[in-house]
Every structure is written in structure tokens, then in C-alpha cells.
Ligand binder design. Structure first.
Ligand SMILES: Cc1cc2nc3c(=O)[nH]c(=O)nc-3n(C[C@H](O)[C@H](O)[C@H](O)COP(=O)(O)OP(=O)(O)OC[C@H]3O[C@@H](n4cnc5c(N)ncnc54)[C@H](O)[C@@H]3O)c2cc1C
Length: 536
């Protein structure tokens, strides 16, 4: 199948979009005021310096400007601002495309010998600066996993499948389907992110409440380092010392390049469905989610939007005149004035799905929920990979938008939620602009859940990055102070690296640094990512 052309300065595939409906623009204008539209400079206006000399690398290597531009950044908000304005801080000097695990080892050897920085790149969808090239004295090579793709083997008896690291989400599912299997790992970046990237960042998909985070799905790994291939075989469980696979999961390219991963897969479901439920208020709705998890009601997908996200969400949906009247009437009722939409999804044997839905219904009815039907859930499922295109539309229209996510035990979740919202509002007040903070709870566990915040603000010309820094910094401090993690699934990258020590302690940083020194003695792999304070 021919590769679809990707946008060089925004999300996704060229020609795709998610235009902001007039109602959404009105919602934002009413709460935030108008911002300054941020036009995107054409590619021809981006100034790309010539590449620095590099040693010969044992794989196809390109130094063309277009390729270097397309691998200079990821998808964080600072990345997008840089790409839109053309103010890109640094470019790789070359991009290489190994075709085997052995070639990756050879590249790492050559780079280590010559002191060349290597940035492993899967889909390049990092939102935390994980693949962003930074200025520095050493030349930089992006090691693209683009040619290391495909299914290596399937063990249907054990329900294990081994993939090369550069395999994209849709390729994974397409390769498993003929075997009657699926992985079920569907981050919103599914169409453009890779197996290796998921493992390197400890990613989570929409179905993670049922299938688990990628952490739970990895059974075995192959890691390329300058000293060779390190194979950690797939095992259901082991007591052979500490779990070394877990050290590689989340290592963000600092310990080596993941070249293969053996993943736990499951049978394709007989049926799949879900529904939307309207609940009277946030705190009680969070309690309902806790109850669902702790009483063991099986749920594959769970997503609870808070009142602001529910309100903004209704502006993105095209409703028939009748449905729009019903919606207005519902939200006009005192009971649902601060209503929260809960999406619940199930997949599996038809009878199991029916029983799980019935068990869940007992709980949401007792919590005062009102079934909104299946169409809302199905629409969300069908459109979920298109939603990220909205960010580019909003930037063009003058509103900044970014997301941040955390997780905390149920007992701390309310405090984290309030503190993050409050911190962002206070930061804006000080700086004289307004912010809308939307949140949903997803990826739920017996002991806690993830909160995913979307924040929007009117862009001020020339101060876009400062506005973002103020909001992001305030929110990160707030969630650390109230007991949340700096990231539930986006990872650390360079953006969260300065905060990692507050979460894992000095000993944690020292242990990780020692491991990085052992596996990458010349310090060429992703300097500044995960562990802070290292120059490229
Ligand atoms: C619109 C959008 C939606 C998103 N939705 C989600 C979501 O729902 N859930 C979620 O978890 N994340 C999400 N993300 C974040 C991102 O998609 C994930 O972090 C994803 O796992 C990154 O995969 P990738 O292949 O793009 O990795 P990249 O962005 O290429 O790399 C990420 C990091 O891992 C390193 N790396 C990549 N491949 C390897 C490898 N083979 N070996 C060693 N290191 C490697 C890179 O150097 C970098 O530090 C989203 C991002 C965007 C832009």
C-alpha cells in the first residue's frame, strides 16, 4: 500500500481536517475572547542550514532538507509553534533508515565512535519533546524505524505476536486479524505511532481499562545497543531477579533502540458496542467509575467528561434540529445542568458483553444516570482519530490548545482535579488572559485513574510560548503537589524531564543514569530526554 503523505507542520495526513464548527468557535469566543490567528509559514520560507559532516553510516542515509525538516520536531505545542512560525531551533544533520536489528547495532557503534547524537524516531508523535532536535555541538542523526516494520511471528497457542518496532497501529491490527486476533492498543495517535514508540513511552490506548496499558501487553523485547542485541524473551511471569523488561518499557530511547516487541494479543471480539450516559455531576460520576472498577464490572473502554468538556463536546457534534432541542432541554434541567457524559464500551463474546452492560447499568442508574443511547458512543468511536486535526484549526483561528495528563489514587483524584484547574486559572489571571480547562477521566484501575486535561486560551502575538509555559508549569507543579504523576502515558521527554526527580527521587535518577551510562557509555542516545541536564 502506498504511504499517505503526512503534514509537515501539523497533525496527520495531508488533505484531512476536522474543521471547528461555528458553535465551537462561538463557545470559545464567549469564554476566552478572540485570539490572534497563527498563520503557518510555507515550507519554502523555512531556513535550513546545511548539514554538518558525519561518518559513513551502515544504512540508507538522507541529508535532503525536506527530510531533515520533517524529522526536526515532534507534536508538542512548542514543536507546533516552531513549525508554524518557521523558528525551528535545530535540524538533524542526517536521517538514517536501518532495515534490520543488526544494522541498528552498527549505526549505534559508528555513532558512539564518532560522538554523534542519535535520536530514535518511530512515528514522531511525541508530545513531550521526545524526538525534538536540540541545538548542540555534536552532529545529530535521526534513526528512523520506518523500514523496520511488520509481523515477525505469531504464536496462536500462547496468544503472542512479535512485531518489528516501526510497525504502525493499523498495520499491527491488519496483520493480526487473519489469525483471528487483535492487540486492542489504540492511542489517539494510533494511525501514526509505532510499536517501538508505544513501548518506549509507556503509552495507553482508549481501551486500556480493559486491555491494559502497553506495559501489560509487552511479553518480550529486543533492544539494540552499541554492544549488541539484548534479547529479553517472552515469558508469562518470572522470578529471575528484577523485571528487566520493565526497565526498557518507558526508557524513551535512552537505553537503546527497541527493534522488536513480543505482545500479548487476544481473540477478535464476537461483538462490540457501547453507550453514552448522562450523569448529574462530576464528583458522583467519579465515584461511579471507582465503583465500576472496584466491583469488577468488566469494561473495555471508559471515558467520563467533566461539565466543561461535556459542554464543549456538544458543540462539536452535528445534531438534527430535534436532537438539538432534546439536548438543550436536558442540559436545561436542574438535575443535569452540570451534567457529565460517560462513555462505556465493551468487546468480547456477545453474552459476556450483554451481562457486563447489565451489571454496569445497575450502577449508573443508581448514580442518577440517564442513557443517551448508542449513537453518541459509536460516533465517538468512529471519529476519535480525527479529533486531533481540530488543534491545527484552532491555532489557525487564534486559540492555543494543549493537553496534559496524570494519574492518581482515587483518594487523591479530587484534589488533583481541583488543583490543576485552579493553578491554570490563577496563572492566567496573573498574566491577564483567560483559559478554559476541560478534563476527562479515562484509563481506570482498581486503585485510581488517569485525568486528561485539555486547556485552551486566546493566543497573544509573539507570546504564545510564554503563555503555554505559564499554564503548563502551573499545572505540573499543582499535580505534583497533590500527588499526581507527571505523566500517565505521554512520557517524560525533555518537557517533563526537569520534574522527574520530584517523582522518583535522587536515588531513582542516579539508578537510571547509571543504567544509561552502562548501555550507552558515550551518551549518544537521546541526551536530555528522560534524564535532564545533558547537553547535546
Ligand atoms: C494527536 C496525538 C494523540 C496522542 N494520543 C495518545 C494516546 O492516546 N495515548 C498515548 O499513550 N499517547 C498518545 N500520544 C503521544 C504519542 O503518540 C505516544 O507517546 C506514542 O507512544 C509515541 O509513539 P511514536 O511511534 O510516535 O514515537 P516517537 O514520537 O517517534 O518517539 C517517542 C519517544 O520514544 C523514543 N523511541 C521511539 N521509537 C523507539 C524505539 N524503537 N526504541 C527506542 N526508543 C524509541 C523516541 O526517541 C522518543 O523519545 C498522542 C500524540 C498525539 C500527537
Amino acid at each position: 500500500m502506498p504511504e499517505r503523505e503526512r503534514r509537515w507542520n501539523g497533525w496527520g495526513f495531508a488533505g484531512e481536517s476536522f474543521p471547528a464548527p461555528a458553535r465551537a468557535r462561538a463557545w470559545l469566543a464567549e469564554r476566552l475572547g478572540e485570539g490572534n490567528p497563527l498563520p503557518a509559514v510555507p515550507e519554502s520560507e523555512v531556513v535550513i542550514p546545511p548539514p554538518r559532516p558525519l561518518p559513513a553510516l551502515p544504512a540508507r542515509t538522507l541529508t535532503e532538507s525536506g527530510v531533515r525538516l520533517r524529522t526536526a520536531c515532534g507534536h508538542s505545542l512548542p514543536d507546533l509553534l516552531a513549525l508554524r512560525t518557521g523558528a525551528i531551533a535545530a535540524f538533524p544533520d542526517a536521517v538514517c533508515f536501518p532495515e534490520s536489528s543488526e544494522q541498528v547495532v552498527e549505526i549505534l557503534r559508528a555513532a558512539s565512535a564518532a560522538g554523534v547524537v542519535v535520536i530514535p524516531r518511530g512515528g514522531g508523535t511525541s508530545v513531550v519533546g521526545g524526538v525534538t532536535v536540540r541545538p548542540g555541538a555534536r552532529p545529530v542523526v535521526v534513526l528512523s524505524l520506518e523500514r523496520l516494520r511488520g509481523l515477525v511471528r505469531v504464536d496462536t497457542t500462547s496468544q503472542l505476536a512479535t512485531f518489528r518496532a516501526g510497525s504502525l497501529g493499523p498495520e499491527v491490527e491488519a496483520a493480526l486479524a487473519p489469525h483471528g486476533l487483535r492487540l486492542g492498543h489504540e492511542p489517539q495517535s494510533f494511525e501514526l505511532s509505532t510499536v517501538g514508540g508505544w513501548v518506549a513511552t509507556r503509552s495507553a490506548g482508549h481501551r486500556s481499562t480493559g486491555v491494559g496499558k502497553i506495559d501489560e501487553l509487552v511479553a518480550g523485547l529486543e533492544l539494540a545497543t552499541a554492544s549488541g542485541l539484548w534479547r529479553l524473551p517472552p515469558l508469562p511471569a518470572s522470578a529471575a531477579g528484577p523485571e528487566l523488561r520493565r526497565l526498557v518499557i518507558g526508557s524513551e530511547g535512552r537505553l537503546g533502540v527497541i527493534t522488536e516487541a513480543t505482545l500479548r494479543v487476544r481473540p477478535l471480539p464476537e461483538s462490540e458496542d457501547g453507550l453514552a450516559v448522562l450523569l448529574p455531576g462530576w464528583a458522583a460520576a467519579v465515584e461511579l467509575c471507582r465503583e465500576l472498577l472496584q466491583t469488577g464490572v468488566p469494561v473495555e473502554m471508559l471515558r467520563l467528561s467533566d461539565p466543561p468538556e461535556t459542554s464543549f463536546g456538544t458543540t462539536l457534534v452535528h445534531l438534527s434540529p430535534l436532537a438539538a432541542r432534546v439536548s438543550r432541554a436536558l442540559f436545561g434541567m436542574r438535575r443535569y445542568h452540570r451534567g457529565c457524559v460517560l462513555l462505556l464500551g465493551w468487546a468480547g463474546a456477545t453474552q459476556e458483553v450483554t451481562l457486563a452492560e447489565q451489571a454496569a447499568a445497575k450502577l449508573w442508574r443508581a448514580a442518577g444516570g440517564l442513557a443517551l443511547g448508542r449513537s453518541g458512543w459509536r460516533r465517538w468511536r468512529d471519529e476519535r482519530f480525527r479529533h486531533p486535526y481540530l488543534r491545527d484549526e484552532l491555532l489557525s483561528a487564534g486559540w492555543g490548545v494543549d493537553t496534559l495528563e496524570t494519574a492518581a489514587p482515587w483518594a487523591r483524584l479530587g484534589a488533583v482535579y481541583s488543583a490543576v484547574r485552579q493553578a491554570m486559572s490563577s496563572a492566567c489571571e496573573r498574566l491577564g488572559f483567560r483559559v478554559a480547562v476541560l478534563c476527562h477521566l479515562s484509563h481506570a484501575y482498581r486503585d485510581g485513574a488517569s485525568l486528561y486535561f485539555t486547556f485552551l486560551w486566546p493566543l497573544a502575538r509573539g507570546a504564545e510560548l510564554a503563555q503555554w509555559s505559564a499554564l503548563k508549569g502551573a499545572a505540573t507543579e499543582a499535580l505534583l503537589e497533590t500527588g499526581g504523576t507527571i505523566s500517565h502515558h505521554h512520557g517524560v521527554g525533555t518537557i517533563h524531564a526537569p520534574y522527574l526527580e520530584r517523582e522518583v527521587g535522587q536515588t531513582g535518577i542516579a539508578a537510571l543514569s547509571a543504567l544509561a551510562r552502562e548501555l550507552d557509555p558515550q551518551g549518544v542516545l537521546n541526551p536530555g530526554v528522560l534524564l535532564p541536564g545533558e547537553a547535546t
